[in-house]
Design a protein around this ligand. Structure first.
Ligand SMILES: NC(=O)c1ccc[n+]([C@@H]2O[C@H](COP(=O)([O-])OP(=O)(O)OC[C@H]3O[C@@H](n4cnc5c(N)ncnc54)[C@H](O)[C@@H]3O)[C@@H](O)[C@H]2O)c1
Length: 350
């Protein structure tokens, strides 16, 4: 069986096309983007026959069994719900939606239509992250009790002055854009424990001033920090920024401390390659172990996989997929609570 795929939104959507192309059991047969020039350029590049300047027209065509929604955040809910209602499985970009109320309708639609909904928490699909998760799943971490997960940029937001910095189109700033990834990664490592309460703070001194100077729109935070306490007693601290007076241009780092081991997943050299380390004590001695990125040629050993390829494999095999709508929604609830707490100056109890 070869599944037919449509991709809506051709910014990061181009990576979706590449991701699907790595799986021989599907074909990207349709794309949509309101930008006609981009639509044609991408269509020509990948030889995609069906091209739509309207996302709704792609969905309503009924051509696609699987649809990726990779538009600005404001459109995730309506397009996802429409695609699910039309009978497609949906891989929606992160953040799932503008807020938890929107995310809730998406989860409900997926349940009602019995279609799949996956959120593209892509950093789970880096090999070092998968290697760490494999060790966690076999018990090497023990009980996870504390985490710290950050994605900080010194000066860097996608398209300064564009939709990312506009609350009406994005729902929030670096917390909902970058923090969402590191929050998911930490929760995935920690086993998605139930949340007890959340406190958050947000600031925007740097980007707001630059935006005023350059006559650009900017209505979101430029740094957010938060603390999440879970019902099992564990806790997680997090930070996300597009602007901050720090040394690094780009710093991603997730640490989890467990009763039997500890781990770190971080970017290398301020870029988009990752490394992983695992820390343990054995027979009274302490060990530092580093993930080694050599490719493995043994049959059955884990191979690199994309979120798109994983989604296709899961649909065909009838097995559960990762990063489902329930996890996406919990993340949205935490993000809402962090923003709410930042505004009220009080913790938000779940
Ligand atoms: N998983 C990741 O690592 C990752 C990385 C980047 C962006 N994202 C997410 O992907 C989404 C898109 O971000 P981006 O960086 O690609 O933005 P972008 O602005 O670069 O691209 C968005 C594209 O969508 C098109 N578009 C806008 N409204 C549309 C509509 N109603 N119908 C059809 N097309 C429409 C635009 O013309 C544009 O080509 C966002 O939700 C963002 O948070 C995820």
């Amino acid at each position: 069986m070869k599944l037919t795929v449509g991709v809506i939104g051709l910014g990061i959507g181009k990576h979706h096309i590449e991701g699907y192309r790595s799986n021989p059991n599907c074909t990207v047969i349709a794309i949509a983007d309101t930008d006609k020039a981009k639509l044609d350029a991408v269509g020509d590049q990948y030889g995609i026959p069906n091209r739509f300047t309207s996302a709704e027209a792609l969905i309503d065509s009924g051509l696609c069994q699987v649809i990726s929604v990779a538009t600005p955040n404001k459109f995730h809910k309506d397009l996802t719900n429409r695609a699910l209602e039309k009978g497609a499985h949906v891989l929606c970009e992160k953040p799932m939606a503008m807020n938890a109320a929107e995310g809730q309708t998406m989860l409900e639609t997926a349940l009602k239509t019995e279609r799949r909904l996956m959120i593209n928490f892509s950093y789970r699909f880096t090999m070092p992250a998968r290697a760490l998760k494999a060790r966690i799943d076999q018990g090497d971490l023990g009980q996870a009790y504390y985490g710290r997960s950050i994605w900080l940029r010194r000066r860097g937001m996608p398209g300064f002055g564009g939709w990312f910095g506009n609350k009406e189109l994005a729902g929030g700033g670096p917390l909902i854009d970058l923090g969402v990834h590191r929050l998911d990664l930490a929760l995935w490592f920690m086993g998605y424990p139930e949340v007890d309460y959340v406190t958050g703070t947000t600031y925007a001194p740097i980007a707001t001033e630059i935006a005023q100077r350059e006559h650009k729109t900017y209505s979101v935070e430029d740094l957010a920090a938060g603390f999440i306490r879970f019902k099992n007693g564990a806790s997680l601290s997090m930070e996300a920024s597009w602007a901050g007076n720090i040394k690094e241009n780009e710093l991603m780092e997730t640490r989890i401390l467990g009763s039997r081991g500890g781990l770190i997943h971080r970017n290398i050299g301020e870029g988009y390659e990752f490394e992983a380390e695992f820390f343990t004590e054995h027979l009274g001695y302490q060990w530092d172990e580093k993930y080694h990125a050599a490719s493995s040629w043994a049959a059955g050993n884990p191979k690199p996989i994309t979120a798109m390829s994983h989604f296709i494999d899961s649909i065909i095999a009838g097995t559960p997929h990762e990063a489902d709508g329930k996890e996406g929604l919990l993340i949205m609830k935490i993000l809402d609570a962090l923003y709410q707490s930042a505004e009220s100056g009080r913790p938000v109890i779940f």
